[in-house]
Design a protein around this ligand. Sequence first.
Ligand code: GSH
Length: 211
Amino acid sequence: MFKLISAAPSPFARKVRVALLEKSIPFELITVNPWNSAAKVQIHNPLGKIPILIIDDKKPIYESSYILEWLEAKFPKPSLLPVGIEETLEAKYLQVICDGICEAFVLLFIERMREKNKRSTSWEGRQFHKIEGGLTELETIIPESGFCVGASFTIADIAIVATVEYLSMRFEELRIREKFPRLASFSDFHGDRPSFKNTIPTPQQLNANVV
Ligand SMILES: N[C@@H](CCC(=O)N[C@@H](CS)C(=O)NCC(=O)O)C(=O)O
């Protein structure tokens, strides 16, 4: 059986968990804190990040968007890509924005773990602008309900819901639901889907030694 090394708050790991559930692929969930060196994530991924999918006796695979590509290639049904090349490219584009937003937030979050006098406000500002810019782009593109590309549930829907719910949980001061009402409504529309309900993110305490 596959093993997925994951972290409870991670939107990247959540994308993979949702895809595995949607494709009814059994897996063992291994929840770690990747920021804690005791988690030894690097044994499986030289880049030291989760999610990591461990596939029996094969090399582990990592990087959430690559894992989703891999799953789609090996387990094409049900497809998590829309029909048509343009639609597929659009779904992947939306995933790129979502990943970029979440990566910028991780950088901001980690910077804020430093003592106040050691933080770089310009670095924090750069990350904040990326998050706001990405969300503003999504807010103009996506519908309030339904699927955001094509006529079926895709990686774009997964990435958007994972991003919105992650920021709602981790970044209260952003007030994402008020500032980006279409994103909030889109995310609520999908909230009852079992693959989302079973993977609701929860916070994880980070050790101050990270920075
Ligand atoms: N681009 C990566 C991002 C993964 C990522 O940033 N994971 C975080 C947890 S949310 C992590 O493992 N960080 C540990 C570290 O960077 O040391 C992906 O999509 O998989």
